[in-house]
Design a protein around this ligand. Structure first.
Ligand SMILES: [Zn+2]
Ligand SMILES: [Zn+2]
Ligand SMILES: [Zn+2]
Length: 127
């Protein structure tokens, strides 16, 4: 493993929750200037192939989280961008409902459910 790659991996492992490739690039380049963004993207896909990371599509684009933490449904506010999580247990009723429909097996973890957070609803209601 090159020193560059080691810095990238260390930064990912320090991250709680999600990190976007651009946010990761910013952090890594802050720590080790001169690291190529393409090296960072390549490292992300290698880690994903190795099963360490998984990506999910959120409101702002694809983000990565540790594969072991990936078992949740993402709720993404289309107005303010706030992210919230729903556990797969909480989403079990929806999962079963979809499975009953032509036996379709959904992967609820891959794409975020877009909508409005409680705060934005309050804002909109207040005008
Ligand atoms: Zn995807
Ligand atoms: Zn996630
Ligand atoms: Zn919102």
């Amino acid at each position: 493993m090159t020193p560059q790659r080691r810095v990238i991996v260390a930064e990912i492992m320090r991250t709680q929750g999600h990190i976007s490739p651009t946010a990761l690039a910013r952090k890594v380049q802050g720590e080790m200037p001169g690291v190529n963004a393409s090296t960072i993207y390549r490292t992300l896909s290698l880690l994903e192939e190795a099963g360490v990371l998984a990506h999910a599509h959120l409101e702002g684009g694809a983000e990565y989280h540790r594969a072991e933490d990936a078992g949740h449904v993402h709720l993404s506010c289309s107005r303010c961008g706030t992210e919230d999580d729903l556990s797969l247990d909480e989403a079990a009723a929806l999962q079963h409902l979809i499975e009953q429909h032509h036996g379709f097996q959904p992967d609820l973890t891959h794409f975020a459910i877009s909508g409005l957070c409680a705060e934005c609803q309050r804002d909109l209601a207040a005008g």
